[in-house]
Design a protein around this ligand. Structure first.
Ligand SMILES: [Zn+2]
Length: 200
């Protein structure tokens, strides 16, 4: 599924859930949901996130780039007696480096839980409320949407290798698939334009 469709679905869910939940939702929540709904595809060198981060969009650059960040963070946290979350962050970057697209950690429940806890922890440090909920919603939606494609996702990685999909799937990058994604994006955009001014 394309990044813009994932982001669109994330934004749409935020708007739809706004005012219907007991917790007070903030603008920062919208940013976190959008980011979290793009994050699982960080395992793909050509995804939206990597488009802005990687100097060259190929697999080798992705592996080297994220491995270097991970090792630097790990080195720093061990040398300076950094907090445990820094060590976890370092290991996470290394796992991103070695995951090939939709084959590993970032498209699994384990990945979702690790990323969400880290996001919640970092949110606490900066006093941003409810980060973990926003983050899990965005991330979970991404996995759910990818389960709607014919390839599915390795939901139970690393415990089970099998890809899980929904009973109804469509083929990504096929004509029908692209049309379906465009329709979702357009409906989302219209709904957002209609509802957003009332929220902010
Ligand atoms: Zn994905």
């Amino acid at each position: 599924m394309k990044g813009k469709t994932h982001a669109g679905i994330g934004v749409l869910t935020f708007i739809a859930a706004y005012n219907k939940l007991p917790i007070k939702m903030e603008l920062s929540g919208l940013a976190i949901i959008t980011l979290a709904s793009l994050l699982p595809d960080v395992d793909h060198p050509k995804s939206i996130i990597n488009k802005y981060i990687l100097p060259f969009k190929n697999k080798m650059t992705k592996v080297v780039f994220y491995a270097c960040i991970g090792l630097t963070i790990l080195y720093y946290s061990f040398m300076c007696n950094g907090e445990d979350y820094l060590k976890a962050l370092g290991i996470l970057f290394i796992l991103i480096a070695i995951s090939s697209h939709r084959n590993g950690l970032t498209h699994s429940l384990t990945g979702m839980i690790i990323f969400s806890f880290l996001a919640g922890y970092i949110g606490n440090i900066y006093n941003i409320d409810n980060v973990i909920y926003y983050f899990m919603s965005g991330y979970g939606l991404h996995l759910l949407c990818d389960m709607g494609t014919n390839r599915g996702v390795p939901l139970f990685y690393p415990f089970k290798r099998k890809n899980v999909k929904l009973p109804f799937t469509y083929k990504t990058n096929s004509k029908t698939g692209n049309t379906l994604e465009d329709v979702i994006a357009i409906i989302g955009l219209i709904y957002a334009i209609y509802r957003l001014p009332k929220i902010f």
